[in-house]
Write a protein that binds this ligand. Structure first.
Ligand code: PMP
Length: 311
């Protein structure tokens, strides 16, 4: 039957997960969203994602005609409806987009219809070829493209106006095709990756930027809660590139990959340069895997080794 999507209360074939060319989402990036994942096919921190979606809507005057409870039930139905479309060893990535619909000047042509659209697809798509990054660590590069600071377009709102993130990625990939972008804010402090938050470890202490000019990542906050549980000292404070250069360990956090070690920063080796030598990163990774009952590094390694990505 194929994957199904949920749109304003109805289940439809994925081919109907379309938007008008006159939609404000594509014309203005006027759209807020969330992206989730499962561990062992169970949603991870869904409530927090839905809370953040509702907050993003409030911050952007975005009409949201569904309550938290309705969205949660719709998401559960979405997983249930699509479960048979996924292999036993798959995990499910889900996405919720909220848009005001057709842009006002085009309402002669199409009825304005705000919508919520939820889709589900294999997480493998997103993590393809990433097992080597867990093994070797990624190279983080700070592009000339800056983060948009909170007073201009608040990055705490999870929104689709993302050209600056894309340009940051394109810029660093020209320098190193495997590099990940790490954006600085207008004052030169480290803000976040193009789809991730950033941490360093320095003298046994975990440090991440204050949650001002970055998304308040759910993986970021989960990592801080694991640090608390594991008795790892942590701080939220401004970080300069200088701090990353001299860190003992560094990593990105984000929903699809959880924790991703960073072994190089602007072409300098971080610490001893291999993820296996990163003690605190390893402890946090282990704690996370234990809590969710999935060795997610091994999972990605198997996906890379075993099966080509198919639609
Ligand atoms: N920053 C940005 C810009 C992102 O797009 C994401 C991914 N949604 C993150 C940080 C990480 O957030 P989370 O841990 O909630 O996935």
């Amino acid at each position: 039957m194929g994957r199904m999507i949920w749109r304003n209360g109805l289940f439809l074939p994925e081919s109907q997960a379309v938007q008008s060319v006159y939609d404000g989402a594509s014309l203005y990036g006027d759209c807020v969203f969330e992206m989730m994942r499962t561990f062992n096919k169970r949603s991870f921190r869904l409530d927090l994602h839905l809370d953040r979606l509702i907050e993003s809507c409030r911050a952007t005057y975005m009409p949201l005609n569904y309550t938290f409870r309705q969205l949660k039930m719709a998401h559960e139905d979405l997983l249930a409806r699509n479960r048979h479309e996924f292999a036993d060893d798959d995990e499910i990535r889900t996405m919720i987009n909220v848009s005001r619909g057709v842009f006002p000047i085009y309402r002669e042509l199409e009825a304005p219809e705000p919508y919520v659209m939820m889709t589900a697809f294999p997480l493998r798509w997103v993590l393809k070829d990433m097992s080597r990054y867990y093994r070797e660590g990624v190279h983080a590069i700070t592009p000339s493209q800056r983060q948009i600071p909170a007073q201009y377009l608040d990055p705490k709102v999870k929104n689709r106006s993302r050209l600056h993130y894309r340009l940051a990625e394109l810029e660093v990939k020209r320098a190193d095709s495997n590099a990940w972008a790490l954006l600085l804010d207008d004052q030169g402090f480290i803000a976040e990756g193009s789809g991730s938050n950033f941490f360093i470890v320095s003298s046994g202490r975990l440090i991440t930027p204050e949650p001002r000019n970055c998304l308040r990542g759910i993986s970021r906050n989960y990592t801080l809660s694991l640090a608390r549980e594991c008795g790892i000292d942590y701080r939220e404070r401004n970080l300069e590139p200088y701090d990353a250069i001299n860190a003992d360990e560094a990593f990105f956090t984000g929903t699809p990959f959880s924790i991703m070690p960073v072994s190089r920063f602007n072409s300098r080796q971080i610490g001893r340069g291999t993820p296996s030598s990163f003690d605190i990163t390893t402890r946090l990774t282990k704690a996370w895997c234990e809590r969710v009952g999935v060795d997610w590094i091994e999972q990605v390694r198997k996906w890379d080794a075993e099966r080509p990505v198919t639609n």
